[in-house]
Ligand binder design. Sequence first.
Ligand SMILES: [Zn+2]
Length: 141
Amino acid sequence: MPGQNMSGQEEMVWTNAMTEEASAEPAPPGFWRALRRGFARRCPRCGEAPAFDGYLKVRDHCDHCGEALGSYRADDAPPYFTIFLVGHIVVPLMLWVEKDWMPDLWVHVLLWIPLSLILTFLFLPRIKGAVLGAMVHLGIH
Ligand SMILES: [Zn+2]
């Protein structure tokens, strides 16, 4: 019947149009995938290219997918989450060492200041990448 053929063709045209639109603007990645890619310091959108140009400088655009990474402003969120995480690692360790061994104060200074600095420098760019991933997922520019 002519009516059935016509509706079938319209559906085909509509499907092709949706496929072309989807390939032009890829869907944002899932939340945890974007977070993982960002934590690995990769582009949260595609995961193929580095998201950073140096230690903390976010690239203007992804070299692979062209995502405008520079338009996402993480501001104070990465340092906040880094302090939160490092504090929750260092303070329990410090309390455990003090309770069990009660070392001199200089031992605490030699242990916890370097550990805090090392963990902060390790986590800060990765957490900034994860925040970038969350922002890409949520579309917060
Ligand atoms: Zn990309």
